[in-house]
Design a binder for this molecule. Structure first.
Ligand SMILES: Nc1nc(=O)c2c([nH]1)NC[C@@H]1CN(c3ccc(C(=O)N[C@@H](CCC(=O)O)C(=O)O)cc3)C=[N+]21
Length: 296
């Protein structure tokens, strides 16, 4: 018996269709078009590809897309000025500043300059605090996408043992908060965890978010467990490169009950949730109840 493959690509397409439906309704009923601004500093080719695909999918959902590309040596004050302008622009409901920023910048200061209600990444300290206290927050897109797949596969997650491998502010920590909100028993493991394989073997749900190709081995997985692979690692493959996750998929698929592939798992869900968060932000800013099928 091999694991059920959780098809994030197909699931993301259904979410984008729902988003498009809500966008069409906002246009006809409230004369509102949700708008997403994406800001990219520097010329990292992977980031450019990713930003372009976000722009395309934003347009396909009927939303407005605003892209700002700044040179790699842009002073931080100029970036903050742009964020300020976007904060005040009524056509912009969501602002995403692509990370990582150049090393000389203070990323926290830039992120916290985004108006919290337009912070569709959910990285602003007020959204982090709201999520951590169980209040209505803008939820980070990658953990939100992971949660949607887990809910669709399991229904209730109550009482399950969840192990999140990785403690980043953008995935590990918010993922743990969401799973706690679902009444899981949550462990956050990381590079200093003692006997990581033994910790992972306790998990009914494993979320791997460490950024190391194939780090989570097949024999770490409890038979029947659900494995969510957040890793997007580009590794050499002959002349080209290919994407692999943080989980050794070929081994884990033999043991797990369900598993997300890379590519075609978490990545497409992240973008779908970004569009969903932008619709949610647009509704909240205009005193409209946000659609319930798009939020955590
Ligand atoms: N402020 C900010 N917010 C982000 O959400 C953010 C960011 N910065 N910086 C970069 C990372 C990376 N990220 C991805 C999203 C989707 C795919 C995705 O759709 N991947 C496809 C494959 C794409 C390919 O083939 O390259 C897949 O997994 O199937 C990948 C990577 C969002 N990020």
């Amino acid at each position: 018996m091999t694991a059920t493959i959780i098809d994030g690509k197909a699931f993301a397409a259904t979410i984008r269709e729902k988003v498009a439906g809500h966008v069409a309704r906002l246009k006809s009923e409230a004369d509102l078009t949700p708008g997403l601004a994406v800001v990219l500093v520097g010329e990292d080719p992977a980031s450019q590809v990713y930003v372009r695909s976000k722009g395309r999918l934003t347009g396909e959902a009927g939303m407005k897309s605003f892209q700002h590309s700044l040179p790699a040596d842009t002073p931080q004050a100029d970036l903050v000025d742009l964020v300020d302008r976007l904060n005040r622009d009524p056509q912009v409901h969501g602002i995403l500043v692509q990370l990582p920023l150049p090393a000389y910048m203070d990323s926290e200061a830039v992120i916290n300059a985004i108006a919290p209600e337009k912070d569709v990444d959910g990285f602003h300290i007020s959204n982090v605090g709201l999520l951590g206290t169980g209040q209505s927050a803008m939820v980070p897109c990658t953990p939100l996408g992971c949660l949607m797949m887990l809910r669709a596969h399991h229904g209730s997650l109550s009482g399950m043992n969840a192990v999140v491998v990785g403690r980043s502010n953008i995935v590990g920590k918010p993922m743990a908060q969401l799973l706690l909100g679902e009444s899981c028993t949550v462990t956050i493991a990381h590079s200093r965890t003692r006997d990581l394989p033994a910790v992972v073997r306790q998990a009914d749900i494993v979320v791997a978010a460490v950024g190391q190709p194939k780090m989570v081995q097949g024999d770490w997985i409890k038979p029947g467990a659900t494995v969510i692979d957040v890793g997007i690692n580009r590794v050499p493959n002959g002349e080209k490169t290919r994407l692999v996750g943080d989980v050794d998929f070929d081994a884990a698929v033999q043991v797990a009950g369900a598993i997300t592939p890379v590519p075609g798992g978490v990545g497409p869900m992240t973008i779908a949730c970004l569009l969903a968060n932008t619709v949610t932000a647009c509704c909240k800013m205009n005193g409209i109840d946000p659609p319930e099928d798009l939020t955590a």
